[in-house]
Design a protein around this ligand. Structure first.
Ligand SMILES: [Cu+2]
Length: 78
């Protein structure tokens, strides 16, 4: 994932976490992960395990100096 400011420049000063789960099986394969920042290209990286086909939801929290700035909710079907 890339984070861009309003000028289109990459930024890396946020801390990102993701909470992922299957919408119809909440509690069965939930994961909480921290993103790391790749030093060379500033991309935010994490690994999410999709253990079976179905509907997943990713709740990504964006923290700015420890304060929650935004939560993005992303639905994907595998
Ligand atoms: Cu499942």
């Amino acid at each position: 994932m890339q984070l861009l400011n309003q000028k289109g420049e990459k930024v890396n000063n946020f801390t990102l976490t993701v909470y992922s789960y299957m919408v119809t099986m909440k509690g069965h394969h939930d994961e909480r992960k921290l993103f790391s920042v790749n030093k060379s290209n500033q991309n935010y990286l994490t690994v999410i395990n999709f253990v079976m086909r179905g509907q997943y939801r990713l709740e990504i929290d964006f923290f700015d100096e420890g304060k929650l700035y935004h939560t993005g909710i992303y639905d994907i079907k595998i």
